[in-house]
Design a protein around this ligand. Structure first.
Ligand code: ATP
Ligand code: MG
Length: 167
């Protein structure tokens, strides 16, 4: 069985990691979609698809289950989105998501959809982590160590603070 999990991963954090570690035990292989792949260098989407692929691949080295990380650009047409995703990914049978729109679109397409429990959603959210980066508050404990390394390498916090500034 092959499972599918999608997010924007701006950035990839311990909530995502906890879900993927749980899914890894119930699937033979995992396909991970990096959504809104075309977006980067904005306050809500600071990191490129390539940078997010790096965060995921490095963090999941010890997962113990083969995985594929596939960037997926947005199409502005929800009715066609499932077909778009499937055209970009290895075939999968089960979708793991708690995003209502993602769940609805895959259910309508007749796919098996499961909702993993959230992991400390209050702090473990991309929005909260980006806020902390902007405000100079600690965020490193909310992401896997490999993500701290990637964000340091690309000077990601400085990027976010710069693009949030006014001219
Ligand atoms: P943002 O605040 O930028 O939307 P996010 O934390 O919601 O970031 P996404 O990339 O939007 O991260 O989410 C990908 C998937 O991971 C979504 O289905 C989301 O519900 C799920 N997710 C997010 N945070 C957690 C968490 N703490 N525990 C489990 N799942 C989570
Ligand atoms: Mg989200």
């Amino acid at each position: 069985r092959r499972g599918f999990y999608i997010g924007r991963f701006q950035p990839y954090h311990n909530g995502h990691q906890s879900v993927l570690e749980r899914i890894a035990c119930s699937a033979d292989e995992i396909v991970i979609g990096v959504g809104s792949a075309q977006l980067s260098h904005t306050v809500a989407n600071p990191f490129t698809a390539g940078e997010r692929v790096l965060m995921l691949t490095r963090s999941l080295e010890g997962l113990g289950c083969p995985f594929y990380v596939i960037p997926i650009e947005d199409i502005q047409r929800n009715a066609l989105w499932v077909a778009h995703v499937r055209s970009m990914t290895p075939p999968f049978d089960t979708v793991y998501s708690s995003n209502p729109l993602v769940m609805q679109l895959f259910s309508e397409a007749g796919m098996d959809v499961q909702s993993p429990d959230m992991y400390e959603r209050q702090t473990h959210s991309g929005t909260e982590i980006r806020r902390r980066m902007l405000d100079g508050e600690p965020w490193e404990h909310l992401v896997p160590p490999a993500v701290v390394d990637v964000i340091r390498e690309i000077r990601g916090v400085e990027r976010l603070q710069r693009i949030a500034g006014s001219d």
